[in-house]
Design a protein around this ligand. Sequence first.
Ligand SMILES: [Zn+2]
Length: 94
Amino acid sequence: MSFDDSEKDMSVEGSFRDKKNNGKRMVFKKRFCRFCLNKIEPDYKNSEQLKKSISERGKILPARITGTCAKHQRMVASEIKKARVLAYLPFDKQ
Ligand SMILES: [Zn+2]
């Protein structure tokens, strides 16, 4: 496509783009459980690792956001709770 064509047919280009998007559909990024992927288990002593599973406010992020599998999400949740008690991680900040 030359520059002359795109300048002349702005509307045509726009509709072409729309068609492209419709054909492609909204595809969500396939996430993988990073614990399964790296073959690691959540560990309350590894606060750097657990910090990836909590929000800025210190809340545990749901598995659908982090992509963690159900098995590891359960482990992460219990490890985070342990880490909080031991002051490795903050409790929910108001
Ligand atoms: Zn997993």
